[in-house]
Structure formats: structure tokens, C-alpha cells
Design a protein around this ligand. Structure first.
Ligand code: PNW
Length: 490
């Protein structure tokens, strides 16, 4: 069911954080203004076939010029927190020395948020690596982890007096596996060993970043955001399917949770990946990566039934809709992608009767509850770390009426069902402190360009006008009251 269950009103803790989330590249535009240089996503968007419709981030939602109105909108909706990212390519355009004009933009944004009573949650890396660093090998180059620390400290120096919640990385799974193994994301490489080197250097950057920020600012709340998912076996009696679940869980969840919370890569994954694992882990790295964190951000969208038993069919998780395969360019020589699931390319996804979003992602709210309880019990709580849902939301094919209004009942139901799941996790005892809806605005949905809309606020890409959808008004009343009504009603 995609509606909130139970015949009761669900009351969230009084200090529960209600927010929305965005990321710099997806909303800012102003791609070369005030000294900003190319990021890997600017370069990737120029590759024929990489992004649907040939879309890019040059204008996006023009948030760079409209941030004040966007903050006002959040205030009108009564949202108490805002998760955004700073652009590395704006702050350190050539990967090195900081750019004052770039930092000033975020300083203005943070001031506007604080003035509106909205708590800023800042993410340092949401995928926009300076292109000059890609030319030095990108995340396969260990030196990039140290340059990330310089960027983090420059940003903290400018904003640390006002920003108290710092996140190092957003979804290193996507950066490493979609960026370097599958090619769906920038820099668009397809090299499994490079993906694993990138993964290790991303985690190293996180650990070095936490250590440096902690040294500068002992009271700040520090963390990382990971994208998690849950996998069920198509046949619980099939050894092949159970092994498929084990391998997928390792790649998606444990390859990140284990080093961060236990200081080691999962032994079974190291065996699975032995043929492609690069020689990049040095003495002391894992202790650095396991630096204590205050908050683990959990991004959750979907879960899957999987099989590794050929007879059950299914589709590879690397398959993408044909309109996306060549980015809609129709260019035969266009950029191609493959499954990002290193060591699990034989695993296939089996359709269930669950509803789907416009991303074709199945809707499974209960898996969010189970994931939060599992991560809380097995990893976060023993480490003294709190959980925050840093992204959850859905793309749907919104249909504006003649006044441009969108009554997005499906998105509201999706969010209501997942909030009910978060509430159940809290009742079970999981320490979940907040929820950031993805996303405040329709925006640049990576390889899908502007063709997928995740916003609770519609953006008209001709006029750049913002119009809150039905889901925004509904979410506003949930956030203001701290209560989720029966079947998601308020
Ligand atoms: C996340 N996948 O991206 C990001 O953090 C957001 O920037 C993004 O807009 C949002 O989720 C919606 O997609 C993902 O293919 C992109 O598994 C792709 C995948 C997962 C997360």
C-alpha cells in the first residue's frame, strides 16, 4: 500500500526536523558566473547521448539569482531545515585556491536561511568535482582526497560561524559506481577497478574531512549521507537468489557502512571483488575512514526483488529505458552505459505488483522502516550516531491544470507512506531525528535532465516561475503540526 496505514494520527517527536533538500548543480545555474569553472557534470553534459535531451546545468532553476525568493518560499511552507550543497567548482574553480565570490554566494544564502528561521544543513560534495581535478584522474587519484579537505576547510572558514550541520559526501555509491563502473553519471567511465579506487578515495576524503573539521570545530554536527536500499530474494529457498541478495546488500549498503562504522571492508565483498580490487588501501586509511560521526544521513527511494537464477528472468539493474540509452540524441556513436553492479552483473530484478514512480522505481515504504531499524541497531546506535533521512521523494508525470497548478496526489501518497514508515521506525526505537523531502524544486535530474520532476514546487522551465504543488501544501501542514493524519491526511 502506498498510503499511510493504521487508523491513528501519527505524532512525531517535538524536535523532529522537517526539511527539504536540493543540490548545487541541480538547481543553481549561473554555471560560469563569479569565477565558477566547469565541474565534471558540465563536461559530461556535453558528451553526446550522456544526458536526456542534451540538457545541462547552465541555467537549471536559476537558484543562484533567485535564492532569496526560494528561501522565502520555504519559510512560507513552514519548513524548519534546508539541506543544500556547495559547489566545489564554484568555491575552488581550479581545484585549489578558494574563490571569494563563490563563497560569498553561500554566505548570502546562509544569512537568508537563518533570517527566515531555517536551519542550514550543508553538504560539501554532491557530485560536482572541478573538471581540472578530473583531468588529474578524478577520484582515482588519491591526492583528490586531500584537496577535498582544503575545500572543506575553506568552506568552513567562511560559513562555520553560522552553519552547524556539515555533511562530507552525498551518496558515494553513485559517485563511484554510476560514475566509474556503469558510466551513467559523470565522469562517465566504465572501469571496475577505477570505480573501486574511487570508492576508497571518496571514503578517505570523508574520513580526512571529518577529522579536519572536528579539529577546527569540536561542537559542529558532522556526518555523511549514503544511499541505501533493501533486496529480497525472488525465491527464499534458492541459494543463488540468497547469494544475489548478499552481494547486492554488500555493494549498496555494507561496502560503505562497514568501513565507516567498523573500520573494515566487508570480508565477503573483498572475496567477490578480488579480481578487480585495486591496490589503493594504505595502512591507517580504514582508521581514518572510521572517524566518529554525529549523524548518518540515509537517502532512500526504492527496494527490489532480485534473482541470480536465470530461469526467473527479470531485467538487469543496469538496464535503462531506451529513450535514455543515447540520451535521446539518436546518435549511434553516443555515450553508452552498462550495469554499475560490479561483481553482480548476473543479478536481475524481478518485477513485483508494487506501484512505480516515473523513474520506474518500485514503491516499498516498509523497506525504509526496516532499513532504519537495521542501520540503527547494527551500526549507528553502537557508535553513538543519530540517523536523519536526508532524501526521500518521488518523480511523477505531473499534469498542471489550466492555471498551472499541479494536484500531485501520487507524490503526496508516496511521502505520506514513507513518513509513516519513519514513524514506525522511531516507535520501534530507532533514533531518527529528521526528514528532508527530495526535492524542494523540480530540477536537473542528472542523466535524465529536466525530464523527471521530483519537486514539491513546480518549476516552469520557460519562465522559471515557481508554483507549489498540492504535495507542498500538504507537506507544509504536516511539518507545521508534526502530525501525519490517517491515510496521510492532515
Ligand atoms: C539521488 N540510482 O540520486 C541524489 O542524491 C539526488 O541528487 C537525486 O536527484 C535523487 O537521488 C533522485 O534520483 C540518485 O540510479 C541517482 O540508483 C541515481 C540512483 C540513486 C540515487
Amino acid at each position: 500500500s502506498t498510503t499511510a496505514r493504521g487508523g491513528v494520527v501519527r505524532r512525531f517527536p517535538a524536535d523532529f526536523l522537517w526539511g527539504s533538500a536540493t543540490a548545487a548543480f541541480q538547481i543553481e545555474g549561473a554555471a560560469w558566473e563569479d569565477g565558477r569553472a566547469d565541474s565534471i557534470w558540465d563536461a559530461f553534459a556535453r558528451v553526446p547521448g550522456a544526458v536526456v535531451g542534451g540538457d545541462d546545468g547552465s541555467v537549471a532553476t536559476d537558484h543562484y539569482h533567485r535564492y532569496a525568493a526560494d528561501v522565502e518560499l520555504m519559510a512560507e511552507l513552514g519548513l524548519g531545515a534546508y539541506r543544500f550543497s556547495t559547489s566545489w567548482a564554484r568555491i575552488c574553480p581550479d581545484g585549489g585556491a578558494p574563490n571569494r565570490a563563490g563563497l560569498d554566494f553561500y554566505s548570502r544564502l546562509v544569512d537568508a536561511l537563518l533570517e527566515a528561521g531555517i536551519t542550514p544543513w550543508l553538504t560539501l560534495y554532491h557530485w560536482d568535482l572541478p573538471q581540472t581535478l578530473e583531468e588529474q584522474g578524478g577520484w582515482t587519484n588519491r591526492d583528490v582526497a586531500q584537496l577535498f579537505v582544503d575545500y572543506a576547510l575553506a568552506t568552513h572558514e567562511a560559513l562555520g560561524d553560522r552553519v552547524r550541520h556539515w555533511t562530507t559526501l552525498n551518496e558515494p555509491w553513485c559517485s563511484a559506481f554510476l560514475g566509474y563502473a556503469g558510466g551513467q553519471h559523470a565522469p562517465g567511465r566504465r572501469d571496475d577497478s577505477a570505480a573501486l579506487a574511487a570508492l576508497h578515495h571518496l571514503l578517505l576524503a570523508h574520513g580526512l574531512g571529518i577529522t579536519a573539521l572536528r579539529e577546527r570545530d569540536a561542537d559542529a554536527s558532522l556526518g555523511i549521507t549514503l544511499n541505501h536500499s533493501h533486496f529480497w530474494p525472488a525465491d527464499p529457498d534458492s541459494a543463488a537468489d540468497l547469494d544475489a541478495v548478499r552481494r547486492m546488500d554488500a555493494l549498496q549498503n555494507r561496502l560503505f557502512l562497514d568501513p565507516i562504522f567498523r573500520g573494515s571492508y566487508p570480508a565477503d565483498a573483498l572475496v567477490d571483488l578480488a579480481d578487480v580490487w585495486p591496490d589503493v588501501v594504505r595502512d591507517g586509511d580504514l582508521a581514518t575512514i572510521a572517524a566518529p560521526i554525529d549523524v548518518l544521513g540515509v537517502n532512500y527511494y526504492t527496494a527490489s526483488v532480485v534473482t541470480a537464477d536465470g530461469v526467473r528472468g527479470g531485467v538487469s539493474l543496469g538496464d535503462v529505458p531506451s529513450d535514455v540509452e543515447d540520451g535521446g540524441s539518436g546518435d549511434a556513436a553516443a555515450h553508452t552505459v552498462r550495469s554499475p553492479w560490479v561483481g553482480a552483473r548476473d543479478v536481475r530484478v524481478v518485477d513485483t505488483a508494487a506501484a512505480r514512480t516515473a523513474m520506474d522505481w518500485e514503491v516499498h515504504p516498509d523497506a525504509l522502516r526496516d532499513l532504519l531499524v537495521r542501520i540503527d541497531t547494527e551500526y549507528a546506535r553502537p557508535a553513538g550516531t543519530a540517523l536523519v533521512v536526508t532524501e526521500n521523494g518521488a518523480a511523477y508525470d505531473d499534469e498542471p491544470d489550466s492555471d498551472g497548478l499541479v494536484d500531485d496526489v501520487e507524490r503526496r501518497d508516496y511521502v505520506a507512506a514513507h513518513l509513516a514508515a519513519v514513524h514506525e521506525a522511531i516507535q520501534t526505537g530507532a533514533d531518527v531525528r529528521g526528514y528532508f523531502l527530495w526535492s524542494l524544486l523540480d530540477n536537473f535530474e542528472w542523466a535524465f535532465g529536466y525530464s523527471k520532476r521530483f519537486g514539491i514546487v513546480r518549476v516552469d522551465y520557460d519562465t522559471l516561475r515557481r508554483t507549489p504543488k498540492g504535495s507542498a501544501l500538504w507537506y507544509s501542514s504536516v511539518a507545521r503540526s508534526g502530525e501525519l493524519g490517517v491515510d496521510g491526511a492532515r
